[in-house]
Design a protein. Structure first.
Length: 472
């Protein structure tokens, strides 16, 4: 018997084989098309790196592996320093070239299975599967080094710094959590002078969340009159006469009680809320001065109100108008208001500062440098700026008595102030001896717990009525 199959069966088999091959080819094509489609969906068109979807994809896989016992993945988030400025100066095409070069350099600094993606204009993320923090730090530093050399743009070359945040994933993390925390670390790097790697720190997150909460509450506090002003007397040292007072803001928090300015002014300054807060203080202080002037036997006619002004106020175009309107509304002369500016508020000395200061000076309000000597202490600007007073930082008075030469030192400061044609107020006087010492070197005015602590309105009004002159 022949072993060959009957003809009919052979042809049926080969037809089937053909069909199988055809189906397989179709399947492969479909697969490829799907793969291409997916690859495109996961690719950043400009740089050829992965995009956000690719990052999500890689993260999900890495977290699955972690659940099965692998090490958790680490995320490096990178943001180019000064990219917008570069784009504005060098143009779009050059900016694209920079992004492409940066992408290549990052790619070449990491391993094949690390997932490099571009998330936004100049934001990159690298997911390192199963990577401990120490190794991720080393990779991050390698990327920083790779980006160090200038990038050639044909007719010129640029240096592009990058700030890097690192966060290792926790089992409960979603990609959003991981990105947010890496972003926080990256921002820290920017704050600390850029071009470095920062590892996520839970304390920073806590501080940030607290700040966010405070900002929200503070905004409501300004609008719902939870802020209050306390007043502290300023005394003419030679006569003991109360010249005026400084308004110091406090926050009457419904849960936490009285909060001191040191705890919320910096937050207000960092978040721009300071402008609104400053307007509130200005209106409240000027209104209070009007009430005292109107009440018999409280403030004399040249009693002045001092308020603290922040750097942001000097940068605001409306500030001068706000001040002049507030005074005009209450029928008060500009001289009755003194604005206290810290050295750090004026030290920028940019166009806007100079414009605002000159306008305030023209308006006729008093301008005083606060906490003089606490910071930069450049004597030069005492003469250059249109200020008329200086409030000397309390550390100088508090060192009185500790060192016998301190009084000579204070006398020298006093002489500088006077030779600049300014009036000096001495802050932080806590004892009769300190007041007497300052009087002995002809200091003009003083402020401190010895003369009176900051008091709420009603108590300060009582004090004014009782003590129009401080017993010397
Ligand atoms: P500052 O303007 O230098 O105000 C003086 C601070 O020293 C006040 O603290 C005051 O209570 C305190 N002080 C007064 N006399 C003495 C003393 O004899 N000994 C000691 N150890 N301290 C004394 P406060 O009220 O906590 O204010 C702190 C800072 O907060 C102020 O320093 C000022 O820079 C800022 N601040 C207060 N109110 C405002 C405001 O309305 N706006 C702005 N932008 N800042 C404000
Ligand atoms: Mg002050
Ligand atoms: Mg001060």
């Amino acid at each position: 018997m022949s072993a060959t199959k009957p003809r009919r069966l052979v042809s049926a088999d080969s037809r089937l084989e053909n069909l199988e091959r055809h189906v397989q080819a179709l399947m492969a094509e479909l697969h490829h098309a799907r793969y291409e489609q997916r690859r495109e969906a996961l690719t950043d068109a400009l740089t050829g790196l992965g995009n956000r979807l690719a990052l999500v994809d890689a993260f999900v896989k890495a977290q699955q592996a972690t659940a099965e016992g692998a090490l958790p993945p680490a995320l490096l988030l990178l943001d180019l320093d000064g990219f917008r400025a570069l784009k504005n100066s060098a143009g779009h095409a050059a900016a694209d070239q920079v992004l492409i070069t940066v992408a290549m350099r990052i790619r070449s600094a990491v391993r094949e299975n690390d997932v490099v993606t571009r998330l936004g204009a100049d934001e990159f993320a690298v997911l390192l599967p199963a990577t401990p923090q120490s190794r991720a730090t080393a990779v991050g530093n390698r990327i920083l080094a790779a980006l160090e050399p200038n990038i050639d743009l044909g007719n010129n070359s640029v240096r592009c710094g990058v700030s890097v945040g690192l966060r290792t994933a926790e089992p409960h993390h979603t990609i959003e959590d991981l990105l947010q925390e890496a972003d926080l670390a990256m921002e820290e790097s920017k704050n600390e002078g850029r071009n470095k790697l920062k590892v996520f720190d839970p304390a920073t997150l806590h501080a940030r969340l607290l700040q966010r909460q405070i900002v929200g509450e503070l905004r409501d506090a300004i609008r719902s009159d939870q802020l209050v002003l306390y007043y502290q007397p300023i005394v003419e040292l030679a006569t003991g006469r109360i010249e005026g007072c400084e308004a110091l803001v406090r926050w009457k928090h419904p849960v936490h009680g009285l909060i001191m300015p040191d705890q919320f002014i910096p937050v207000a300054e960092a978040t721009g809320l300071i402008a609104e807060l400053g307007r509130w203080v200005l209106r409240a202080a000027v209104g209070q001065l009007r009430s005292w002037r109107d009440a018999p036997a409280t403030a004399h006619q040249d009693f002045s109100m001092r308020i603290n002004v922040s750097a942001a106020d000097l940068q605001s175009l409306e500030f001068v108008d706000d001040v002049s309107e507030a005074l005009a509304e209450k029928g008060l002369a500009p001289e009755s208001l003194v604005l206290e500016l810290t050295e750090s508020a004026i030290i920028h000395n940019n166009e806007l500062d100079r414009y605002t200061l000159a306008s305030l000076h023209r308006l006729g309000v008093g301008l005083e440098i606060d906490d003089f000597g606490a910071g930069y202490s450049s004597m030069g600007y005492l003469r250059k700026l249109p200020v008329d007073r200086v409030k000397v930082d309390r550390q100088f008075v508090q060192d009185l008595g500790k060192d016998p030469s301190q009084l000579d030192f204070l006398a020298a400061i006093q002489q500088v102030i006077r030779s600049c044609g300014l009036e000096g107020t001495w802050e932080g006087i806590e004892t009769a001896e300190q007041a007497a010492a300052l009087r002995s070197i002809d200091c003009a005015s003083g402020q401190g717990y010895y003369f009176g602590r900051p008091l709420p309105e009603a108590e300060f009004t009582d004090q004014l009525a009782r003590l129009r002159t401080w017993p010397a």
